[in-house]
Design a protein around this ligand. Structure first.
Ligand code: PEP
Ligand code: MG
Length: 325
């Protein structure tokens, strides 16, 4: 598949209406980085940092992590890499962490909640990231933020670490972008100040969808019952697009749906300008975007919603069948 789309590698994902969508890749290992050049991704929109913690039987050392993050940045050759701080808990349990039995771990003590309650590991990780940058621009985002206050506190922790690095005489990142993942419906209704303060927001559609529909993403019986093309969910995503537009906050979508053809087109049509997906999806998604008029698709989706359908998939698929793909 990569060779089929190789000719598109250096071309932009510009639709027939003239809108350009920025396509990035998701990664989590150094071994994923060669795909950056191969896929034609503009950068790494989501670097999940859990794996380095999961594959060891002890907390990795700061220098070790800094080495890995620095290697990732080297391999990106100046392309943007968005590092997501540790999202443990839920389905990702560290073997060396005292396990807390929780009835609903996905809604439990995970991600930024752990980081704020027991800040030791996150501070160490932030130091490792700042050292890895070593003067280069750095982008960091916090996972699973449910309210503005959590983001504010985490952001302050990061600023404190920058100050500490300065005092120690270490080189600071050339620029520092601090973002949040929007993965809980509550954050979409956060005060305007949140949207103004965040340098960027990335929608974690996997979690956002599971909490929007109250349907466990790990539960085979219910996980396919609702999908992104559900009109209520699209309405909600449009609300997020509007809020970010109001404050001119950079917005991206990095859940699995960004790499699915119908879903990716729909996201682009409702206003997402940056999508981050598995590398193998970049070629096919770019190909599709270049073949369609997103303004026209937006009108199709709006008409479907106006007509009161529960899910716009059939409408989008019918429209797509008439396009010259
Ligand atoms: C998401 O929830 O959509 C996401 C990108 O994060 P993860 O899949 O790692 O929970
Ligand atoms: Mg998530």
């Amino acid at each position: 598949a990569q060779t089929r789309y190789a000719s598109l590698r250096d071309k932009p994902a510009t639709a027939k209406c003239g809108t350009t969508i920025s396509l990035h890749m998701n990664a989590g290992l150094m071994a994923d980085l060669p795909s950056l050049a191969g896929s034609g991704a503009e950068g790494v929109g989501l670097f999940r940092t859990e794996l380095q913690f999961l594959i060891r039987n002890h907390v990795p050392k700061r220098a070790e992590l800094a080495g890995i993050y620095s290697g990732v940045m080297d391999a990106a050759h100046g392309k943007r890499v968005v590092f997501r701080t540790l999202d443990i808990g839920s389905d990702k349990v560290l073997p060396y962490m005292k396990r807390v039995e929780e009835p609903n771990p996905a809604m439990g003590w995970r991600a930024i909640r752990v980081a704020l309650d027991k800040p030791g590991i996150m501070r160490m990780q932030l130091q490792a990231l700042l050292r890895a940058a070593n003067g280069r621009p750095m982008s960091i985002m916090f996972p699973f933020v449910a309210e503005y206050e959590e983001f504010r506190t985490a952001r302050q922790m990061l600023k404190d670490e920058v100050e500490r690095e300065r005092r120690l005489g270490h080189k600071l990142p050339g620029a520092l972008e601090i973002g949040a993942m929007l993965e809980t419906p509550s954050l979409a209704y956060a005060p305007k100040e949140f949207f103004e303060t965040a340098d960027f927001i990335s929608v974690g559609g996997n979690d956002l969808k599971q909490f929007f529909f109250a349907a466990d993403r790990e539960n085979e019986t219910v996980r396919r019952r609702y999908d992104m093309l559900n009109a209520s969910f699209l309405h909600f995503l449009c609300h997020i697009v509007d809020r970010c537009a109001e404050t001119r906050t950079d917005l991206s979508f990095c859940g699995e749906d960004a790499g699915r053809p119908i879903e990716a087109l729909t996201l682009a049509a409702i206003g997402f300008r940056t999508l981050s997906m598995r590398p193998a999806s970049i070629g096919p998604v770019k190909h599709l975007i270049r073949r369609v008029n997103l303004t026209e698709l937006r009108a199709v989706i709006e008409a479907e919603c106006e007509a009161g359908v529960t899910n716009v998939r059939a409408g989008v698929v019918n429209w797509l069948a008439k396009q010259d793909i």
